[in-house]
Design a protein around this ligand. Structure first.
Ligand code: NI
Ligand code: MN
Length: 238
């Protein structure tokens, strides 16, 4: 199983048979190096409607005949754009060919600007717990710190967590360090920072702070891939 970081909050999770992408934002992303036409996926998962999470959703859906997984307010919007959608909502869980998806709480907002420049209400922002090949991955979406991350850590064995650290719009590194502990995450990757000046942070310093707490992690740069080898007792990540 491989996870590729495309920059900002965009990650692509793949195994030999399937591939999914979360929060595609390559077009207009100043740090992205991936090419939109190279993205081959069956599903696109959207945490919320803001443009830095949705810019390429429709294009990727159309070029792959892929389906967009999101809350109702967003699936309604994307359906009108002529793409397939899978409607879910916060707290819900659904099985797909690639694995299962559970939508989790996120402390943020959600709206989408339509092609006429009008603001469309986006419903609740969410995070995702994705289980694929027996590995559980948490993508927090855009969120501030919230206490129920402790509950997620209690209910689920989170192997890899993608946590925003940019501050200003989401958790900052100090908050994300607490989140990593509460989630009891095995491996943590910081996201949603360094894309623009207002969210400048030191990803390596954040990973150092994780290591001091005994948590593994990596500050991925756009284009980086981590490989996950599921073993019987432990998850080995390189
Ligand atoms: Ni946002
Ligand atoms: Mn954002």
């Amino acid at each position: 199983m491989f996870i590729q970081y495309h920059g900002h909050s965009c990650i692509q999770i793949s195994n030999n048979n399937n591939s999914i992408i979360i929060d595609p934002y390559i077009t207009g992303n100043p740090v992205a190096i991936s090419k939109l036409q190279d993205i081959k996926v069956q599903y696109i998962l959207i945490t919320h409607g803001h443009s830095d999470h949705t810019t390429d959703a429709v294009a990727i859906a159309k070029q792959n005949n892929a389906s967009i997984i999101a809350v109702e307010e967003l699936t309604t919007y994307f359906s009108k754009e002529g793409v397939d959608t899978e409607l879910m909502h916060m707290g819900g869980q659904l099985d797909f060919i690639f694995g299962s998806v559970r939508m989790t709480h996120a402390n943020h907002g959600s709206s989408i600007i339509d092609t006429n420049g009008q603001t469309v209400y986006g419903g609740s922002p969410v995070g995702f717990l994705i289980t694929m090949d027996g590995i559980t991955i948490y993508h927090a979406g855009d969120t501030g710190l919230f206490g129920d991350m402790k509950l997620l850590g209690k209910l689920f064995k989170i192997d890899v967590a993608f946590l925003p650290i940019g501050g200003r719009f989401t958790m900052n590194p100090e908050d994300a360090l607490l989140a990593a502990e509460w989630l009891r995450a095995g491996y943590v990757v910081p996201i949603h920072y360094d894309t623009f000046l207002p969210i400048k942070q030191d990803g390596n310093a954040f990973v150092d702070s994780l290591l001091k707490k005994g948590i593994q992690g990596k500050a991925m740069t756009p284009g980086d891939i981590i490989t996950i080898h599921p073993c019987s007792e432990e998850v080995r990540i390189c």
